[in-house]
Design a protein around this ligand. Structure first.
Ligand SMILES: Nc1ncnc2c1ncn2[C@@H]1O[C@H](COP(=O)(O)OP(=O)(O)OP(=O)(O)O)[C@@H](O)[C@H]1O
Ligand SMILES: [Mg+2]
Length: 381
């Protein structure tokens, strides 16, 4: 799929942006703090996901503006579609989101229409960084291909929070442990669902990641990615096709067996919120042994695999958003990434035009002070 038109006004510092992106390559060039990432973020919000840099809703509208409005047209194999996303002060809770002219209840209802994969410099920490990042990565990946997932994951967090409050109250003698039951049943149900979907996704990820890693390491190294659950042994997840029944019961039992520990700790110690994804290179645990460069390769490959899985699911290319990533990579990894997203529509931000594109057609956009103008059209140096 590709985006044919973008208009943005009043989103952060962006003003009167009207763009007709190229079907393949688009370079957004400008000095620091001119609005490049803001533009990528505006596109990203049209996917239905939350901001990748956790911008609070109240910061969406520019400081000097009363209204923000994002409009976007994109085409997939079948047809052209339009998305509008707007908000006005002071009523920032109310998001006016339209898909093909039909108002949607929440921005998350946009999920599954415009499919994008975003790479940011933070993503390069995916392998090396905290488990939190990897869980977020998995959650976003699964929600891109499974309609109800984002909703369940948000609800899980909510119930977990309530359970944790209750655990503390029990410890202080302000509540009874019988009260845990209602939360545990819900948590087990949703936790089993999340675990199974993440496990299945990780299995797919491993298939793509293994091939790509073999290539990026010049056929020297073999990568293995696995889901690491704090509730289930992987054999149990492997033979399960349904999250209800056995899986839910097992989850519930785990919660119950840990109640004393949980009360003492004041939080729920096992569950989908504590799970992780592990990587091995040639059989050795990447967490302990991988070099900085290996971690970066793993991270890049996870993101590329995410794009490929999405492509397989939607039977179309997703749009790739590369925010400040290429400049962070050495030339051989730059070339690798570029070769692997060939054929997809790409948006690349950069501060100078020092990126390795030959004389390909594409479009150059310059950004200054939140305004976008057409560059001289040449994307090569
Ligand atoms: N709500 C807002 N209203 C007005 N300006 C904002 C708002 N939120 C952020 N900005 C401004 O937007 C500007 C551009 O931010 P952005 O992150 O897009 O820059 P960038 O071009 O990606 O820069 P860099 O190359 O450093 O990544 C910043 O100066 C920031 O202060
Ligand atoms: Mg930026």
């Amino acid at each position: 799929m590709f985006i044919g038109k973008i208009s943005v006004n009043g989103f952060k510092n962006l003003k009167d942006v009207e763009m007709e992106p190229h079907e393949r390559l688009n370079i957004l060039c400008g000095r620091n703090a001119q609005g490049k990432t803001n533009l990528i973020e505006a596109v990203w919000l049209c996917t239905g996901a939350r901001s990748f840099r956790s911008t609070k809703d109240r910061r969406f509208i520019g400081d000097d503006e009363q209204v923000m409005d994002i409009g976007l047209s994109f085409k997939n194999n079948f047809r052209q579609q339009d998305i509008r996303f707007s908000m006005a002060k002071p009523n920032i809770r109310e998001k006016n989101v339209f898909l093909n002219g039909v108002k949607l209840k929440t921005p998350s209802k946009l999920f599954g229409n415009l499919n994008c994969v975003i790479f940011t410099p933070e993503d390069l920490e995916l392998s090396k960084g905290s488990p939190d990042n990897r869980r977020q990565f998995l959650d976003l990946s699964v929600s891109q291909i499974k309609n109800n997932y984002a909703h369940v994951a948000a609800k899980y967090e909510n119930v977990l929070e309530q359970r944790n409050v209750l655990l503390k109250n029990i410890a202080f003698g302000r509540a009874d442990r019988e009260q845990l039951e209602v939360w545990d049943v819900q948590l087990a149900h949703m936790g089993a669902y999340i675990s199974l979907l993440r496990y299945n996704y990780t299995k797919k990820l491993n298939v793509f990641a293994k091939k790509l890693y073999y290539e990026i390491s010049d056929r020297q190294e073999e990568l293995d990615i696995a889901y690491s659950s704090t509730v289930y042994p992987n054999e149990l997840l492997q033979k399960s096709t349904d999250y209800t029944g056995g899986l839910t019961e097992h989850y519930l039992r785990t919660l119950k067996n840990n109640i004393e520990d949980d009360i003492r700790a004041g939080f729920t110690q096992r569950g989908a919120h504590r799970d992780d994804m592990t990587a091995k290179i040639n059989g050795k645990n990447a967490r302990e042994d991988a070099s900085q460069g290996q971690h970066r390769s793993i991270a890049l490959i996870l993101k590329l695999s995410q794009a490929y899985i999405l492509e397989e699911e939607i039977d179309d290319f997703p749009v790739i958003l590369l925010d400040d990533v290429l400049s962070e990579l050495d030339p051989s990894r730059q070339r690798f990434v570029i070769s692997k997203i060939h054929g997809m529509q790409v948006f690349i931000t950069c501060c100078d035009l020092n990126i390795p594109f030959g004389k390909k057609d594409g479009r150059l956009f310059m950004i200054e002070g939140g305004r976008v103008t057409a560059g001289d059209g040449e994307t090569n140096r």
